[in-house]
Write a protein that binds this ligand. Sequence first.
Ligand SMILES: Cc1ncc(COP(=O)(O)O)c(C=O)c1O
Length: 391
Amino acid sequence: MTDTAHPTAAHLFDLSDNQLRARASLKWSTVEPDVLPAWVAEMDVMLASPIIDTLQNALLRHDAGYPGESDDVVQAFTSFAHDRWDWHIEPDHISFHVDAATAASKLMRHYAGPDRSVLIMPPVYNRFYDWLAGSGVKPVEVPLTDVPNGGFFDLDGIEAGLNAGTKVILLCNPHNPLGRVFSQHELSELAELAHRYDAVVLSDEIHAPMVYQGVEFTPWLTVSDAARNTGIALHTATKSWNFAGLKCGIAIRSATGPWPAELDPTMTRTDTGFWGLLATEASFRDSRPWIDTVRAHFQEQTQHLTKLVAEHLPGVTFHPPQASFLAWLNFRDTELTEEPADYFLREARVALSPGVNFGDAGRGYARLNMGTSTERLERIIAAMGVAWPPR
Ligand SMILES: Cc1ncc(COP(=O)(O)O)c(C=O)c1O
């Protein structure tokens, strides 16, 4: 059933603290009762109604076995990619996995060269470090440059890493935590380098459905021939439609690029979460009004946050993201000397993600989750403001 009625953000995010504290998932259930959580990337939102209907129907059918046919979910995803990003994907170039993490780990294990290393560009999604460790590979860190102004590839540093033998680049685009959407030009430069050094690019694009209006997202496999020859893309609906616990990762190849046999759909058919797969189909096919409302809300939250930070946290800066619901707050030019997330948890009872979790390049920063109502975002920043400047 298509969700034709445009839900409003005021309605979708209208959940009280008590309702959210009753949730058993990670963000709210693991903080103290007086703490406002703004850490892990879960949203304080109601699920899209087509997802609820799909899951309720599965429950009513007592239907919780292994995943069956995937033609419909493949069709849902390929149409979404075509309509939103002008990306033409062959149906048999897709396979489903437990989640993005599992697919990435398999790929890193497969493609890491003799030195068992993978190149990452911090500050970057904290769990990349765990994925690498779990895959038995070591990080080669090439920090993004000029992070206060958005974050850019250090092409010389990347070339040095590839020249030293690293065979895999784990790219994050749209970027967590910076919210950066890399341009076609930037990506094509990276693709040329990867191609020259015969490296594989794993492009984690799971935040892409939340790219803001007016921002162009270029999927890796549409960047250039060099990108197609080097890349595998990772997508999910679970992040953007907020059902990470249901599990479903999507890996996409090109006709000319790398693709190990263990990622083939015939091998991974029953790997993914069955309900995750059902919800993924309901997302990409039937829940476009929901994601459009949600991403417009995040775009507005970004503008609102700029004003709130200026008012309550003078001296703190952040570069407005172009996608998703994460803000990378910069405390480096302030008097705060301790880890910002520790300080605000103790003094403001607000839980942020510590910047250092995103690599050494994250020291002096904290990641704020603004995937909540405007009212709660205001309360979070006001609470931080009471503890500001540091005593
Ligand atoms: C960039 C990025 N990749 C992957 C994930 C996790 O994806 P999954 O739950 O499918 O492993 C996240 C979660 O926030 C993320 O931000």
